[in-house]
Design a protein around this ligand. Structure first.
Ligand SMILES: NC(=O)c1ccc[n+]([C@@H]2O[C@H](COP(=O)([O-])OP(=O)(O)OC[C@H]3O[C@@H](n4cnc5c(N)ncnc54)[C@H](OP(=O)(O)O)[C@@H]3O)[C@@H](O)[C@H]2O)c1
Length: 287
């Protein structure tokens, strides 16, 4: 009988890619969304409405589920969201949790997101269910936030100086998650996989790749933390998120993200997508 996989954050960046990666496989794909109207177009067999902020909304979605893809949104309530999902999974008798964490998650990480994810990773490990934790590096898809500026001005701004990051294409995270979910639960139980792209890149490198793909000059403009903060607040980004991003930027500027791993290659038997692949496949977004 097919296993039922519950996808949390179903209409978000990573989970949308995961549902696509699971397309055609022998699983019953159940999506959890907060708003049914956002479920249109999702690659899912079933859609359940529930809110990770509200434990009482979750039991129907977890009923009959074997595998949970657990993605918590960024924010101060992330550990509560994880706790609510883990509890609902336990109550429903789920067998496995595959959890999306973050690069460098640790109780002493230099950023609040890393410290909050460490709490949820710990809880998940002690859930009594089979567990696998994915800790991906900075998403290449974050560059899509700069697409408007790149299209309009041929420039984009980052407050990470000459930081190098082992950035990863979300499609590779999704394919790793799908691999784990399609393998036997014992196969990856107890594993924490740190996922990166194939090389560590500066934003000048990224600008060079964008220039090549778009056939026009794209320039990276290093800016101060204060300038970036002002821009993000101006776009309406919540101050908690702005603070979090600044903590990451400072860590990355000091070299914290300058590494790659071979984990994607080990798990998928092929190298991860390069930045050149990402920009080629997203060219229309930057034009
Ligand atoms: N960006 C990076 O570089 C990076 C790197 C490593 C790890 N991460 C981790 O990736 C995660 C974010 O993934 P993403 O980029 O795919 O997220 P995303 O695109 O922002 O999507 C977040 C999803 O969570 C849902 N959601 C928000 N609040 C919810 C709630 N209370 N109950 C149920 N669902 C809720 C959203 O639904 P609505 O549409 O209803 O809001 C949406 O589907 C975070 O945990 C972050 O730490 C990010």
């Amino acid at each position: 009988m097919s296993r039922t996989v519950l996808i949390t954050g179903a209409n978000g960046t990573v989970s949308t890619a995961l549902a696509k990666a699971l397309e055609g496989s022998d699983v019953n794909l159940r999506a959890l969304v907060r708003d049914a109207s956002k479920a249109e177009g999702l690659h899912a067999t079933e859609v359940f409405v529930g809110d990770l902020d509200d434990a009482r909304s979750l039991p129907p979605a977890f009923e009959g589920v074997q595998d949970v893809w657990l993605l918590t949104p960024n924010g101060p309530r992330a550990p509560e969201n994880n706790m609510n999902a883990v509890w609902a999974a336990r109550q429903a008798g789920a067998e496995r949790i595959v959890r999306l964490s973050v690069v460098g998650a640790a109780h002493d990480a230099p950023n609040r997101s890393g410290r909050l994810h460490a709490l949820s990773d710990q809880e998940t490990k002690q859930s009594g269910m089979s567990w696998t934790i994915l800790r991906p590096h900075w998403f290449m898809q974050n560059l899509l936030n700069e697409a408007g500026d790149i299209a309009a001005t041929g420039t984009f701004s980052q407050n990470m100086a000459s930081a190098r990051l082992g950035m990863i294409d979300v499609r590779d995270i999704a394919e790793v998650a799908a691999r784990v979910l399609l393998d036997d639960p014992d196969r990856h139980h107890g594993e924490t996989y740190t996922l990166t792209g194939p090389r560590s890149l500066t934003f000048d490198d990224v600008a060079g790749q964008l220039s090549l793909a778009l056939g026009r000059s794209v320039t990276h403009l290093p800016v101060s933390d204060d300038a970036k903060r002002k821009t993000l607040l101006g776009y309406g980004v919540p101050s908690w998120i702005v603070d979090m991003l600044e903590e990451y930027a400072q860590a990355y500027a000091s070299g914290w993200g300058d590494f790659t791993t071979g984990t994607v290659t080990d798990l998928l038997n092929r190298p991860p997508r390069d930045i050149a692949d990402f920009v080629r496949d997203h060219t229309p977004a930057f034009n």
